[in-house]
Design a protein around this ligand. Sequence first.
Ligand SMILES: C[S@@+](CC[C@H](N)C(=O)[O-])C[C@H]1O[C@@H](n2cnc3c(N)ncnc32)[C@H](O)[C@@H]1O
Length: 270
Amino acid sequence: MNYRHEFHAGNQADCVKHALFVALLRGVQRKAKPLMVLDTHAGLGAYDLRSPAAQRTLEAQSGIIRLRAQAPPALADYLGLVGASDIYPGSPALAQALLRPDDRLVLCELHPEDGASLRRRYRDDPRVHVHIRDGYEALKALLPPPERRALVLIDPPFEQTDEFATLAAALARAQVRFRSGVYAAWYPLKSRAPVRDFHAALQALGVTDVIDCLLAWRPPTDPARLNGCGLAVVNPPFGFADEAQMLLDALRDAFAEAGAMGAVTRVTDE
Ligand SMILES: C[S@@+](CC[C@H](N)C(=O)[O-])C[C@H]1O[C@@H](n2cnc3c(N)ncnc32)[C@H](O)[C@@H]1O
């Protein structure tokens, strides 16, 4: 496990993922019933943008620092949660900020040190449970949840060459175990072919009601670079697709390079 998110916190990919995740969580919370939020690859929870790791890559400069300066109105909810400090909230911190009294947040992190700091960070919040374990295994163990309502974020580091296939299989298995769950799976856009194959795998595995939210901040012509990213959403709440398109339009304009595009497309039907 070489991937450390502290080098990448607040970069363009984080902004896309987190702006969409916040909108998704708000959408799921429109129903009053208690909810489990499961973050299968949780990372550290929050990140200091002044840390040596962040300062080495300066990735936040073209991400959250640029967005904050432009403050597009469509991103006001996400930017409001991020705030103005040097501590950038990861998906656990964003979810915790939106958690209602009867909601539960379950965080899985496989890296033992990161898992231990995650545990320390959330030890005073009884709604938050930290598991130092494989996030894909947790999907099998923790679904369906007793609440019968869940939003699941799957945000792997894509260190493995077969991560797209693993992700598609995990979504298929999870939907069989717990059909009404809402699942969001993040992926990197380096070139188009693996994303096409991922969508084809979801179709072949029979995963239903999938939309794809993709932002390419530049055309993906150089596969050695991170040219964009996407979030595949299974069982999106009503209205989320339109909202996601507005968020992607704002992110595309904020990050604009020639040929940038942001689109929500349907991958499989309900
Ligand atoms: C992209 S980062 C997560 C970022 C976080 N979701 C956020 O948005 O703030 C991926 C994390 O997954 C962890 N990880 C890698 N393989 C894992 C696995 N099989 N199960 C759980 N966590 C894993 C890595 O240590 C890393 O912290």
